[in-house]
Design a protein. Structure first.
Lengths: 398, 582
């Protein structure tokens, strides 16, 4: 990873522009929210990514590529109480190696559409739904609501139109979520799911969005599982030195048989030399039967639609990051701690008191963000949005 | 002069057209005079030549000088290419048979008329033999192999030779043969069936043919446990959840793929446990859920009407275990097994069905209904449309939520296994339900399936560290007291599994089977019920993907276990477990 970071960003030539960047976060996490009423600490390299962005035809065509090497650094996931998805529980699953591979025409008609801006994008990447990927936000720890608030690593084709402060995007994609870090979308399912997102920027610095997605059988790759109806509403403030983010999400599974909510608020302040940040989250998640091989994993492929219950996770995270390295390789040591509460919602046999031996606990994570080249882009959007800061320059990210 | 020239041309043309009088358009009457319907061995020349008489089609007078063309039309071999009729209108040909046994045909053609000679080519003397079926089987010790050993005896051309004596001898193991010698049938095949040595290990049988050199040796292995017979792949629409076997028909509950009906020994389509044959299929209605979600089934044999018309299918929709569930009972008309059709459904608001039991003489379907407890439904007469009004009674039980997995009628009581409150004895008076005993008797784990036999009940548990942090799952043994109430007697702990997912006792009450999943000890487990209070382990068949459900069925005098293997690689596993049923 460091070898990659020694390169130079912003290479260009011959009418084609290109820029690259890379990031990795060696980190240690300790928590007492662990199945079996115990404590566990782990050191891992998380969020190791390499990015390549290229432009051609005077910017009429852009390429967005992101490789995520978690397949190699966290094949068994990242210790993260409350996180779940893709058969992982209380561990964040590793993302797929090809995280993004998108071609974007950000201004399809040039001047022909006058004040209107029509754009299209296609490839493997983010669906225009919900909020930015947590990897491009200040808190290192992933929120519990990752699977309610983002849809990613899909074969997606999107069309967008921007008129003044409003941008409307629509997309078709495959509903199946990845089943392993090496998995590709199930191509014959492309188009079985769709999403739409309306983004409005009332004034510079503030971005609001509302989005809806229908996702067919996300957790059963052949398509036999229940469908999700997803709604996300959020507001994002990004104006130096402040960053703020507030979101609400609702996920209805199997025509309302299971409904999950999430509320999340986070903020950061960029001060000379360091950047404190905070996040509050309250998110509900399904509880599924763990497998014998690991109490951090659930059964895949799914072959039943029952769950053991629903839990609500309240997580308050405080952290601070310090800039200590500047130059080709940027470094930002950080420490963040989370208070975690778990509550049962409704019925079901899952009891956190039995499973974890507690309903409250904590986690602490420290490490260092290492980065080179360009800054992390806003993962989840393929059209630069005027009036907002589209990279992470306002955030405590090196 | 011109007129004369034209007349001459017509005469010349007529002469050229007729030639020897056998032009292609000329019609004759052909009569077989000799040589037809002879029988000889393949490759031989028939002793009597083919003889045909050619006569004028109008006058019936014999025609001399007519060329007869001969041609083989079936069976190969050769025949004289052509011959010319003599003064009596007779033409002859020599026929040599081909090398393939069977009917041989040759045509004789004169002008536009032809006639067919037939002959029968018999196989020659036996010159070779080889194994044709049954080799390298694995079977249960002390029991006959399911497939007989068979040899095929042939002549020099590979034709099967009938009525050849094959001698059989056991050369390894202490097994026995159904016959020590047997004659080949019309297909050239001779057979014998080996009953394996009572001890596990290799068995061998030799086959020899009098007058022929060489020996063919068949091998077989005797094992004491279950014998794998077949893995029948099922589409991975969540795979296979359960199977109901009756009268040699298997009803596979394959989730959104619906119900698949296989002949596994019924005979209607030539199927067997080793070679299931698909008979029909139906995708039951989703009734507002994700899909058919076909989970379990019961083929109703109505002793009152003598009909076998209805298949009841349980739909397992989304649910939160312990509190909510969904899914209806679907009624499928299987009068035409090749074209089953859904005709009715039963819906219970706020709850979904799970396993069934039927009181067939009284035409009452008992359904475990998860958070709604147990339903008793009148299924007499014709079933059509929404049959929810046929509910006789329902019963929830336990201090907390009911979440009932399974029911079984036994000795007039209905036994119910409830996930959260254990094993219950319920009273039923033609479907009117009441609580009679049991319950509140399993708090360490969640209960799963049950089976009652021999005055004992056997129930499973599931839960990997979920309820009280305990590892492994249990097979619990209960004794039914004087009133039929279950009293905990013993238990068998199965380590390294997340669930004992299905429990059943063989029809003769001698063999207990349960399936396990979610762990390295997943598969089929078998226990002898020689002492029904203390089952004794006799065998297992492990399947790493897990076995969700399992059931017994006796087919052709043998006892088979059928099990639903979980995805990936969803399939119905079929085992021969006859040897353990004693």
């Amino acid at each position: 990873m460091l070898a990659v970071c020694t390169g130079r960003a912003g290479a260009q030539g011959g009418g084609v522009t290109a820029s690259w960047g890379a990031q990795a976060i060696p980190a240690f996490t300790q928590t007492n929210i662990v199945p079996g009423n115990r404590s566990l600490g782990e050191a891992r390299v998380v969020q190791p990514v390499a990015m390549l962005h290229a432009g051609a035809l005077g910017g009429r065509l852009r390429f967005v590529g992101t490789l995520n090497f978690e397949k190699y650094t966290i094949p068994n996931g990242e210790l993260a109480p409350g996180d779940w998805g893709e058969s992982f529980e209380d561990r964040r699953h590793p993302h797929t190696l090809v995280h993004e591979l998108m071609l974007v025409a950000p201004d399809l008609l040039g001047r022909l559409d006058g004040p209107v801006n029509l754009f299209v994008a296609a490839g493997k990447g983010f669906v225009p739904f919900g909020t930015d990927d947590p990897m491009s936000r200040p808190v290192v720890r992933y929120p519990v609501n990752h699977h309610w608030s983002q849809i990613l690593e899909r074969a997606v084709t999107l069309v967008g139109i921007r008129v003044g402060p409003a941008t409307l995007e629509g997309a078709l994609f495959n509903g199946d979520e990845p089943v392993s870090p090496g998995s590709w979308p199930k191509w014959d399912r492309f188009g079985d799911s769709w999403a739409a997102r309306l983004t409005v920027i009332p004034f510079t610095g503030l971005e609001t969005q509302g989005s809806y997605a229908f996702v067919k059988s996300p957790e059963n790759r052949p398509g036999a599982g229940p469908n999700d109806d997803k709604v996300s509403v959020s507001a994002r403030w990004a104006r130096h030195p402040w960053y703020g983010h507030l979101e609400w999400a609702r996920n209805s599974t199997a025509s309302g048989a299971f409904i999950f909510h999430s509320v999340l608020a986070e903020g950061a302040l960029t001060l000379p030399g360091h950047q404190p940040y905070v996040r509050f989250e309250r998110t509900e998640r399904p509880e599924e039967e763990r497998v014998f091989a690991s109490r951090f994993r659930t059964r895949r492929p799914l072959f039943e639609n029952s769950i053991l219950g629903i839990t609500r996770w309240t997580v308050v995270t405080l952290g601070d990051a310090v800039d200590v390295l500047r130059g080709p390789i940027r470094g930002s040591p950080f420490v963040e701690g989370s208070w975690i509460g778990i509550a049962r919602v409704g019925g079901g046999v899952f009891d956190p008191t039995v499973f974890y031996g507690r309903t409250h606990g904590a986690s602490i994570t420290f490490g260092i963000r290492l980065a080179a080249g360009m800054r992390m882009h806003r993962m989840g959007r393929y059209q630069p949005t005027p009036g907002t800061m589209d990279d992470m320059s306002s955030m405590p990210m090196p | 002069m011109r007129r004369n020239r034209i007349a001459m041309l017509f005469i010349l043309a007529a002469a050229l057209a007729c030639g020897d009088g056998s032009g292609p358009g000329t019609r004759y009457v052909l009569t077989i005079m000799a040589g037809n319907a002879q029988t000889d061995t393949v490759g031989s020349t028939l002793p009597i030549p083919y003889v045909v008489k050619v006569a004028d089609a109008t006058s019936a007078t014999a025609q001399a000088g007519v060329t007869v063309t001969w041609r083989v039309t079936a069976g190969g071999g050769s025949v004289t290419a052509s011959s010319v009729t003599d003064g009596n209108g007779i033409a002859t040909a020599t026929r040599t048979l081909g090398t393939v046994a069977g009917t041989a045909r040759a045509n004789a053609q004169a002008g536009a008329t032809s006639i067919t000679f037939t002959a029968t080519a018999l196989a020659g003397a036996a010159t070779q033999f080889q194994k044709s079926a049954g080799d390298a089987q694995t079977g249960s010790t002390g029991l006959a192999l399911p497939v007989p050993f068979a040899v095929l005896v042939q002549d020099q051309y590979g034709n099967p030779v009938e009525s050849v004596t094959v001698n059989w001898a056991v050369t390894a193991g202490a097994g026995s043969l159904s016959v020590p010698s047997s004659k080949t049938d019309i297909s050239g095949v001779a057979r014998t069936t080996l009953t394996l040595d009572a001890a596990a290990g290799p068995n061998a049988v030799s086959a020899t043919v009098v007058g022929l050199a060489g020996t063919q040796t068949f091998s077989a292995t005797g094992v004491t446990g279950p014998v794998f017979i077949k893995s029948l792949a099922v589409t991975e629409n969540y795979g296979l959840h359960d199977q109901f076997i009756r009268d040699g028909l298997a009803f596979l509950c394959a989730w959104n793929t619906g119900i698949l009906i296989y002949d596994v020994g019924n005979g209607m389509s030539g199927g067997s446990p080793a070679n299931p044959v698909l008979v029909g299929q139906v995708v039951t209605n989703s009734n507002g859920n994700t899909g058919a979600e076909a989970h379990n089934a019961w083929w109703f044999h109505n002793p009152v009407t003598n009909e076998k018309k209805y298949l009841f299918v349980g739909q397992e929709g989304p649910g939160s275990i312990g509190s909510s569930s969904s899914g209806d009972i679907h009624v499928v008309d299987v009068s035409d097994l090749a074209h089953p059709t859904e005709v009715a459904f039963f819906h219970r608001a706020g709850a979904g069905t799970h396993n069934f039991w039927m009181d067939e003489p009284h035409q009452i379907l008992y359904a475990a209904y998860y958070n709604a407890g147990v339903m008793a439904i009148d299924v007499s007469g014709t079933l059509s449309g929404d049959i929810s009004s046929r509910l006789i009674d329902s019963l929830s039980f336990g201090a907390g939520n009911s979440y009932t997995w399974s029911v079984q009628l036994y000795n007039g009581s209905l036994y119910a296994s409830d996930m959260v409150s254990g094993l219950w004895q319920l009273s039923t008076n033609l479907g009117t339900l009441g609580s009679a005993g049991g319950g509140g008797n399993e708090a360490a784990r969640y209960s799963s399936d049950l089976w009652v036999a021999n005055g004992y009940a056997y129930s499973g548990t599931w839960d990997h560290f979920q309820r009280t942090g305990l590892a492994g799952s249990l097979l619990k043994i209960w004794q039914l007291n004087g009133t039929g109430a279950p009293v905990a007697l013993d238990s068998i702990t199965v380590a390294n599994v997340g669930a004992v997912s299905d429990v059943e006792v063989s029809p003769d009450g001698k063999l207990l089977m349960f399936s396990t999943e979610s762990g390295p000890n997943s598969g089929f487990w078998f226990y002898s019920l020689a002492d029904p209070a203390h089952p004794a382990f006799v065998g297992k068949y492990l399947e790493p993907s897990g076995v969700h459900t399992a059931t017994f069925s006796t087919i052709g005098g043998r006892l088979y276990a059928f099990g639903a293997k979980n995805p990936s690689g969803a399939a119905m596993i079929i085992l021969d477990v006859t040897s353990m049923d004693k």
